[in-house]
Structures are given as structure tokens and as C-alpha cells.
Design a protein around this ligand. Structure first.
Ligand SMILES: C[S@@+](CC[C@H](N)C(=O)[O-])C[C@H]1O[C@@H](n2cnc3c(N)ncnc32)[C@H](O)[C@@H]1O
Length: 203
């Protein structure tokens, strides 16, 4: 079941802007977007209104944005103009991105792996598009390792998922990355957030 379309299209993008704007969020954005290897062509999953743009370093040449919400993209106009380098919306779904193999230097996801409906498909796409030395740079909320919190997350999930655009409180993000053949480097955990660089295990 999903919320009404007007909720997802008109209300949710504004709520995301509010919910993901704080000093703490900015500290995470800085740490992810300035991570070693975030350079050249960056593919961003869940671009929303471009809140990561001010945090990218000068060696990021262009950002390719994946974002389903038209309103979020419109709301990113000012940040795109200030960024001063190309920012192109190339897809609405991280599981279906029309880019050549090995064509991006880094994939960035800030609080988006929780929401992508076909997460396995999106992680496979990222693997396909990343250049050999590239990685998926992320900060996400994840399933708690504490049983009481985890059961609260499971309990809240049905209502939360409905009104939060399909966001999963109960996704084990490091577990999903491991299952999708990534190895996580520099894993940091703080509260219910996890951050790190996931590199494809190439055979
Ligand atoms: C919680 S928000 C995070 C937004 C942004 N990354 C930030 O840090 O503020 C999740 C974002 O994922 C986007 N999203 C939903 N489904 C998606 C999909 N299939 N592919 C890519 N992004 C998606 C939503 O529209 C939303 O902008």
C-alpha cells in the first residue's frame, strides 16, 4: 500500500528537505562527499533537492542525479546554479540507469538505500557503472543491533513506509551491501546511522 500520489509528489519532497537538514546531517554529508575517491563523475542516488552539492570538492567534475520526485528536482535549481558544474538528472530509478559500464568514479547515497524499492537492482547497477577503483560512498540509517530497538523499527515499519515514501526502517544496510557482493571499508556507526565506502568484489 502507498500514500496518495499528492502526498508523495507534493508533501514528501518538502518533508525530506526538513528532515534531512541539520548540523548533524551536514557533518555526515561533509564526511561522505569529501571522502577519498569522490571525484570526477559522481552518480548520486536519491539526489532530492541537491543538499549534497555544497559539500563536494573541486575535483568533482559533474554530478549525475537519480531522483524520482519532480518537485525535489525543481527545488534543487538554486543549488545547481551555485554549484557551477554540470548536474544532470539521468534517471528516476537507481535500479534502471542508462549509463555505460565503468563510466562513473563514485556513487553517492545519503539516506537513500533505505527507500529504493529494488535495492538489489540498484546495487547491481552501481557495480556495473563504477570504474574499477570506484566505490559507493554512503551514510544511511539501518536496522539496530539492539533487539528492543530492532523490534520497535519492525513494529513502526508498516505505517512509516506508507507515509515516508517507502522508506524501510528495518533494512540492514551493511547486510544488504554484503549480499550484493560489496566489501565495506571505513565503516562508521553512530546511533542508528552507518557510513562507509562499499567497493564491489570483482571476480
Ligand atoms: C530520505 S530521502 C534522502 C534525500 C537526499 N539524498 C538527502 O540526503 O537529503 C530519499 C530520496 O530517495 C529518493 N528515491 C526514492 N526512490 C528512489 C529510486 N528508486 N531511485 C533513486 N532515488 C529514489 C526519494 O525521492 C528521496 O529523494
Amino acid at each position: 500500500m502507498r500514500a496518495p500520489r499528492w502526498w508523495d509528489e507534493q508533501v514528501l519532497p518538502r518533508m525530506v528537505d526538513r528532515a534531512c537538514s541539520s548540523h548533524e546531517a551536514d557533518r555526515w554529508r561533509h564526511s561522505v562527499c569529501r571522502g577519498a575517491g569522490v571525484r570526477g563523475t559522481v552518480l548520486e542516488f536519491g539526489f532530492a533537492s541537491g543538499a549534497n552539492l555544497p559539500f563536494y570538492g573541486d575535483d568533482v567534475e559533474q554530478v549525475l542525479a537519480v531522483e524520482p520526485a519532480d518537485l525535489a528536482w525543481e527545488r534543487s535549481a538554486e543549488r545547481r546554479a551555485a554549484f557551477g558544474r554540470p548536474v544532470t538528472r539521468i534517471s528516476r530509478d537507481a535500479a534502471a540507469v542508462d549509463l555505460p559500464d565503468r563510466s562513473v568514479d563514485a556513487v553517492v547515497s545519503t539516506w537513500t538505500l533505505c527507500t529504493i524499492p529494488d535495492l538489489a537492482g540498484a546495487l547491481a547497477e552501481a557495480q556495473r557503472m563504477l570504474r574499477p577503483e570506484g566505490g559507493l560512498h554512503f551514510v544511511e540509517h539501518t536496522m539496530s543491533s539492539r533487539p528492543l530497538l530492532a523490534s520497535t523499527q519492525r513494529m513502526l515499519q508498516p505505517a512509516w513506509g506508507l507515509w515516508a515514501g517507502g522508506c524501510h526502517l528495518d533494512r540492514d544496510i551493511p547486510g544488504e551491501l554484503g549480499s550484493a557482493a560489496y566489501t565495506i571499508h571505513h565503516l562508521q556507526s553512530a546511533g542508528w546511522f552507518v557510513a562507509g565506502i562499499a567497493r564491489p568484489r570483482r571476480t
